[in-house]
Design a protein around this ligand. Structure first.
Ligand code: NAP
Length: 301
């Protein structure tokens, strides 16, 4: 089996990559932070040199978008400097690097979904650190694939779905932003996309470099997603709050977010032959995993 090194194996996307890697014919190693701390270049260099890896998939990141505004040094260390180390070290050994990036490289002013060729203009520290991370990957390893994704959710981990499910038990009424639009995306589907890319790169079916967008299909606002989550929870007898649509201005956050986060996956579909599932289907799977099967019973607390 081809051996791959995966970073961020405890995170949403990384754990999904680890779970699915065997299916794609990969034997995966995903060292925890105690063994591979991304602040440490020596640890990165030693691990990359330790095996003739078929590929490295970098899913680790500093993902606390608001916290990053006051923690720019750490955000840059993990999202820019570490990917640069990975790119340089993998290039030394001729190893392909698959690197995950974000919709937050864009400013959200475009009225249509973003294509890979659109100009980047991050609005905050997190987006800027990820955009600079893309640049160093491009500069240091010619054999790279950068996959931008967005609005990542999964059954476990810190994400919007789990926040909504927690708040639904704590509150009777909730306001959720209805003027930011994006593509809710399942970590499982993103992992499959990353493994497809790694598979093509390692089996010589793909030219070396590129940037692609991968998200689930269908648009939503955060309010739409909350509505969907609560409908699925209610169908299982869970208590759900009254949901109000609010503007971003009514929910101020330290980091500005793009109004339009939608990503076009046309290039990914064309190059990899993968048609992303609609987010309704992908997120229903996550909720079935998280909440169990739908049932026709009374209200739970
Ligand atoms: N979450 C989103 O909505 C979203 C949207 C667009 C793009 N993305 C991108 O998708 C990728 C995966 O995101 P995710 O949601 O799966 O992230 P996540 O759940 O927050 O996981 C982040 C991972 O990075 C690891 N990590 C952070 N700092 C580290 C360090 N110093 N040393 C070693 N490991 C470290 C974490 O390890 P610990 O468990 O030890 O902290 C964790 O495994 C990232 O590139 C992110 O930028 C995410």
């Amino acid at each position: 089996m081809r051996k791959i090194l995966v970073t961020g194996g405890s995170g949403q996307v990384g754990s999904a990559v680890v779970a699915a890697a065997n299916t794609y014919g990969f034997d995966v190693m995903a060292p925890p932070r105690g063994i591979l701390n991304l602040e440490n270049r020596e640890e990165i260099a030693a691990l990359v040199a330790a095996q003739p890896w078929a590929a490295v998939i970098n899913c680790a990141a500093y993902t606390a978008v608001d916290k990053a505004e006051n923690d720019a040094m750490m955000a840059r260390a993990i999202n820019t400097t570490a990917p640069g180390y990975f790119a340089a070290e993998t290039a030394k050994h001729g190893i392909p690097l698959v690197h995950v990036s974000t919709d937050y490289v864009f400013d959200g002013t475009k009225s249509a979904p973003y294509d890979e060729g659109d100009s980047v203009r991050p609005l905050g520290v997190y987006g800027a650190s990820k955009e600079a991370g893309e640049a160093v990957v491009r500069a240091h390893n010619p054999n790279h694939a950068i996959v931008r994704t967005a609005w990542v959710v999964s059954a476990n981990g810190a994400n919007f779905i789990n926040t909504m499910l927690r708040l639904s038990q704590e509150r009777d009424e909730l306001g959720v932003v209805n003027d930011q639009c994006g593509n809710p995306s399942s970590a499982t589907d993103i992992a499959a996309a990353l493994l497809t890319v790694a598979d093509k790169m390692t089996s010589g079916q793909m030219g070396p470099t590129g940037t692609w967008h991968f998200v689930n299909s269908g648009d939503a606002t955060w309010h739409d997603l909350a509505q969907f989550v609560f409908a699925e929870a209610a169908a299982r007898g869970f208590k759900t709050p009254v949901l109000n649509a609010i503007p971003t201005s009514a929910y101020p956050t330290p980091a500005r977010r793009p109004e339009n986060s939608r990503l076009s996956t046309a290039k990914f579909q064309q190059d990899f032959g993968t048609i992303p599932r609609h987010w309704h289907i992908a997120i229903a799977d996550i909720l079935a995993d998280r909440l169990g099967p739908k049932q026709d019973i009374g209200v739970k607390t």
